[in-house]
Design a protein around this ligand. Sequence first.
Ligand SMILES: *Cc1c(COP(=O)(O)O)cnc(C)c1O
Length: 426
Amino acid sequence: MNINKSITLFQEAQTIFPGGVNSPVRAFRAVGGQPIFIERGEGAYLFDVDGNRYIDYVLSWGPLITGHAHPKVIEAIRQAALKGTSYGAPSPLEIDLARSIMDFMPNIEMLRFVNSGTEATMSALRLARAYTKRDKILKFDGCYHGHADMLLVQAGSGVATLGLPDSPGVPATVAADTLVANFNDLDSVEALFKKYPDQIAGIIVEPVAGNMGVVPPQPGFLEGLRAITSREGSVLIFDEVMTGFRVHRGGAQTRYNIKPDLTTLGKVIGGGLPVGAYGGRKEIMQMVAPLGPMYQAGTLSGNPLAMSAGIAALSLIKGEECWEKLEKAADKLVSGILSAAKHAGIPIQQTRVGTMFTTFFSETKPKDWNTVKVADKIRFGRFFQKMLENGVYLAPSQFEAGFISTMHTDDLIDKTIAAVTEAFRT
Ligand SMILES: *Cc1c(COP(=O)(O)O)cnc(C)c1O
């Protein structure tokens, strides 16, 4: 595989950007080698600057559920751009996108658009604290909620991938208000509520963990979080930035039938443009300025290009049939990986919920960060490189989710399974 142009570009990029990238995991540090520079995406494919083509299972880390450059999404962006790229004033597009989100997620009674998942989660936390007049928040080891100070504690994703300690630059006083429990472990949650009575503003959780690799909630876990927060007067925040429109058309809250107080969104709702949102119970959302006292603002929030892309993307995944197809395709893929591993005698743990999946090179069933982190990262790195050579682009870390789109046809999945079989064999 010739990647000469990528090599030259990466050398230059390293003189300009820290590590040569604008988001850490893109640097391929965990898998060796160096990042591939992309020229364009189309459907399920990425094309690099050297002319290599890859079946893409990263999909911009989740957002592109309708694949790259979907004609309907592109046309929506084009039409919007012709009318101006930003108004700094309300537009009807904001109402349209909000309505289609609320149709999918009826627990959201009122919402606010922001520009990224990070903004959504940090705003939702501020809101939970304003609403409860408490300072502490509870998160789970290995869950990632963006890079806001309070949330960058045992944070999964790139932090875990790079084996970083909790980030320097986060004030100890801020980190002290962030309590950490184990995913799928209600006892660890109860213990913290016991230790800090009437001090915990809310729990923030990825209802299906995706940023330590995909780890599904065990039966009763989400129900337990709902019961505990209700009892304790804390706010339950489902961070569905990844799972929203990925594990079900109504997100994890619909799939598992749990009513969070607040929901954070991002990724898919922007159709590939930068959008985030937080919303939920009206009683809580009424605290947000200018209706209430909790301040949060954004120059480009509700951006007309981003709203238009989101509206187009959500309209494309509205139908039940679409979800049946996505589930079937994702199931076919993971079944293929499992049987290839069995055949080759390679121990793996294959997880999947909806369109998110991870292949852990491990003999331990993944249930939280402690059981996930024992996975064989060296073996994963070798697998990753082999797949890349075979024309399949996976997330360059053992601790990330893979994604499929509506453009991943049966034929492409067969090709991927063939590539996996070949990689396992060698
Ligand atoms: C990606 C992600 C975020 C952060 O979103 P950005 O748009 O990268 O800021 C927050 N929470 C979860 C669950 C995510 O997957």
